[in-house]
Ligand binder design. Structure first.
Ligand code: ZN
Length: 333
């Protein structure tokens, strides 16, 4: 859920829609600084050429699809991505994408060997019973905000925190199958939380090669689709994201493209300008991260059609597979 992570803005407790417009505009700013280059039949590839600072507030082309181009690999056509997914994890160690890579030579080291992924299941089902604890204010460098939030639910009562833990466990199984070390920020092992500051710290202290926080949104009926939240460039207190903005975008673009392919879902129709990517500067979990990190909002729990997907174990497996493929691709596997 996004707006539940919003900061105590000096001028607000904004309505979700207010938040959303602001972030949609921010996303447009970031995307406006990109060059849209046509490639392959898969469509378009975003090539970032600037930080977005000072960019015009132009709307991004709605045809733009985040593709796995940031590291120079082919755009993620279903065929190419599927090939990469099915490839063995034992690449030649050159960092080349698995698709089209030569067969592994004897004794070759997987590019994934020794790498660590931190998975952060958003929220905690126990948060509903621990309002006082999760409402304590914590310092995210650029602001103070709540330690954690409850997250949303479907109209039938399926909790976002149940969803995030289930997808995270599926994700771990896939990633460990590829030889990656996986660390969770929590796993039904505590009554509430952890605070967003601790969630960030776990990724940092694990020296994670990639960190993914799993969520689902809670907005109005008719708002559908996934989006990936990327860290903005922020500096303040303990927050300094300058070093992770670029790699986090590369990670997020990989995940968005693979999530779309694996689930068949479209990018969010209510923010992000149709790109499935949103840049935010108010999330403690991103601001305090020193490792490449994104949030994945898998769908809208308050929309009946999205809810039908989110409550399906089969769909959650696809979601986990898409996220995993994005991470593996980002890590060179
Ligand atoms: Zn959430």
């Amino acid at each position: 859920m996004r707006y539940d992570d919003s900061p105590p803005q000096p001028d607000t407790a904004p309505a979700p829609g207010t938040d959303r417009r602001r972030f949609a505009r921010r996303s447009a700013l970031a995307v406006a600084a990109a060059v849209i280059a046509p490639t392959t039949l898969a469509g378009w590839v975003l090539v970032q050429v600037g930080t977005g600072a000072g960019a015009d507030d132009a709307r991004p082309p709605r045809v733009a699809v985040p593709a796995a181009a940031a590291t120079g690999t082919p755009a993620a056509s279903p065929t190419a991505a599927g090939t990469a997914t099915a490839s063995p994890s034992t690449g030649p160690g050159t960092g080349a994408p698995a698709s089209g890579a030569p067969a592994p030579s004897p004794g070759a080291t997987s590019p994934l060997a020794g790498k660590t992924v931190v998975v952060d299941p958003g929220h905690n089902t126990g948060n509903f019973d621990h309002s006082r604890e999760i409402n304590q204010q914590v310092d995210i460098g650029t602001a103070r905000k709540e330690c954690d939030t409850t997250g949303t639910t479907t109209r039938a009562g399926y909790k976002e925190a149940e969803f995030t833990l289930d997808v995270s466990r599926r994700l771990r199984t896939i990633l460990e199958g590829r030889g990656l070390k996986v660390v969770f920020t929590h796993e039904a092992d505590r009554a509430w939380g952890p605070c967003i500051t601790e969630r960030a710290r776990i990724g940092n202290e694990a020296n994670a090669d990639a960190v993914v926080s799993v969520h689902a949104d809670g907005v109005s009926e008719g708002s559908r689709g996934y989006h990936v939240i990327l860290p903005a460039k922020v500096k303040g207190g303990a927050a300094d994201t300058a070093a992770i903005v670029g790699p986090s975008r590369a990670l997020g673009e990989r995940i968005a493209a693979n999530f779309a392919r694996a689930t068949g879902s479209g990018p969010a129709n209510y923010l992000g300008g149709g790109t499935g990517l949103v840049v935010r500067d108010d999330l403690g979990g991103l601001n305090l991260s020193t490792r490449p990190k994104v949030f994945v909002e898998c769908g809208n729990m308050r929309d009946s059609k999205d809810a039908a997907l989110l409550t399906s174990p089969q769909w959650r497996q696809k979601a986990a597979q898409g996220i995993a493929d994005g991470i593996v691709g980002f890590l060179g596997g």
